[in-house]
Design a protein around this ligand. Structure first.
Ligand code: C2E
Ligand code: CA
Ligand code: CA
Ligand code: CA
Length: 277
């Protein structure tokens, strides 16, 4: 079979060859990873303009025995193509809500934002799971918010709208991720009942040096304020960027300047230090 494989692959370029092998590796290993609890959630805080941490973003990673810690950029698109994103996304949702419940028991009250891919929009189970988990864990409110990308909304507008409505009914907030990178950002704000936009890190990067980025950030904040939406800036890496964002009305900031995404236990230690600062 190996000989065959080699013969078959030699018609591809080396990169394609590489991609095919990567796909096959993911195909054998990602499902196993899900079944064998190799996925872990890291949490990255968001800091309000007042300096409070009220919410974190959940970002999945894969602790592979073979390759070590794998970033979501290396397996989420495969999971989307293969459909594995559906069970993976359910796992994320349940793991995250259990973590929030554990924190709440310790007196740490946080909301958590979960990323949802287009492919997950047709998964009705995620609502019933979330609803059930809220009941089981005695939540009288929903501490989970959802982050949807612009492209996710465009792909199937009716479905996206119904998903947004269902999440909103449960008490989740809807955040529009990577805002400004899609091709119809503004029209989407009118079409979908959204609570916040996440200003993409491309606008944030060295914003203090770039007059065009500065104008765009100011304009986006003005639109958001006019529509009563919160603005969360992503990828804030230094104080100069942060100073500009705060000065121009961004509500929350997230980025390496404050903290990298961390496993729950490390985040908890960071949070306690931060509270005591
Ligand atoms: P995203 O939702 O746009 O997440 C932001 C990414 O920026 C994260 O990468 C985060 O670690 C990184 N980041 C945060 N602060 C900074 C900073 O100051 N500078 C820089 N350069 N980067 C920063 P990560 O964790 O590798 O996640 C990549 C993408 O994978 C996410 O992009 C999201 O689209 C997807 N993803 C992650 N977890 C999940 C999940 O549970 N479900 C789904 N469907 N997608 C997920
Ligand atoms: Ca996100
Ligand atoms: Ca983002
Ligand atoms: Ca992104």
């Amino acid at each position: 079979a190996k000989e065959n494989g080699r013969g078959k692959f030699c018609v591809f370029s080396p990169e394609m060859n590489q991609r095919v092998f990567e796909y096959l590796w993911l195909d054998t290993n990602l499902r196993k990873a899900l079944d064998n609890q190799q996925l872990v959630i890291h949490y990255q805080p968001k800091v309000t303009w007042r300096g409070e941490v009220r919410s974190v973003e959940a970002l999945v990673r894969w602790q592979s025995p073979e390759r070590g810690l794998i970033a979501p950029t290396d397996f989420i698109s495969y999971a989307e193509e293969s459909g594995l994103i559906v069970p993976l996304g359910r796992w994320v949702m349940l793991d995250v809500i259990q973590q929030v419940a554990k924190w709440r028991k310790k007196g740490i009250n946080l909301r958590v934002a979960v990323n949802i891919s287009a492919r997950q929009l047709s998964d009705q189970t995620i609502f019933s799971d979330l609803k059930q988990a809220l009941t089981d864990l005695n939540f009288e409110y929903c501490p989970v918010d959802v982050e949807l990308t612009e492209s996710c909304l465009i792909e199937n507008e009716d479905l996206a709208l119904s998903v947004i409505q269902q999440f909103s009914r449960l008490g989740a907030q809807i955040h529009l991720d990577d805002f400004g990178t899609g091709y119809s950002s503004l029209s989407q704000l009118a079409r979908f009942p959204i609570d916040a936009i996440k200003l993409d890190q491309s606008f944030v990067k060295e914003v203090y040096k770039h007059p065009v980025s500065q104008s765009l950030v100011r304009a986006i904040v003005a639109v958001a304020q006019a529509l009563n939406l919160q603005v969360i800036a992503e990828g804030v890496e230094n104080k100069k960027e942060d100073a500009f964002l705060i000065k121009n009305g961004v509500n929350e900031r997230q980025g390496f300047l404050f903290a990298k995404p961390m496993p729950a236990a490390s985040f908890e230690r960071w949070y306690k230090r931060y509270q005591a600062r």
